[in-house]
Design a protein around this ligand. Sequence first.
Ligand code: 5GP
Ligand code: ZN
Length: 115
Amino acid sequence: MSDDCLFCKIIAGEIPSNKVYSDDDLYAFEDINPAAPQHILIIPKKHLTNINSANEKDEALLGKLLLRANEIAKELGLAEDGFRYVINTGRDGGQTVFHLHLHILGGRALSWPPG
Ligand code: 5GP
Ligand code: ZN
């Protein structure tokens, strides 16, 4: 828990969110400003600033995050038509909240390349 982290506060229930999934290690919730019909954020409960902050000790956690994201995508009905995972990292990566999060985006055809 990082005291001034928005997503740590969401995990702690200090800031409300629309929960999609929770277990001992992970929390998933709806993005407040959806960029697609389905836009979910899945985050580790452990505070990691971004993917660059992860190390070998986080290997299992990151594997679990991706596999759980797959299950969420499936539950949202995105598996057949497809979806996109995004991990914005640092300033040039467009990261605005500095607690590692995987975006799950789907429900429409997404364009490429990103802006
Ligand atoms: P980033 O740009 O860091 O990859 O993404 C941060 C995401 O967090 C954005 O898509 C933004 O809409 C979302 N977000 C920011 N503040 C809140 C909040 O208070 N609640 C929720 N549910 N999402 C938030
Ligand atoms: Zn945090």
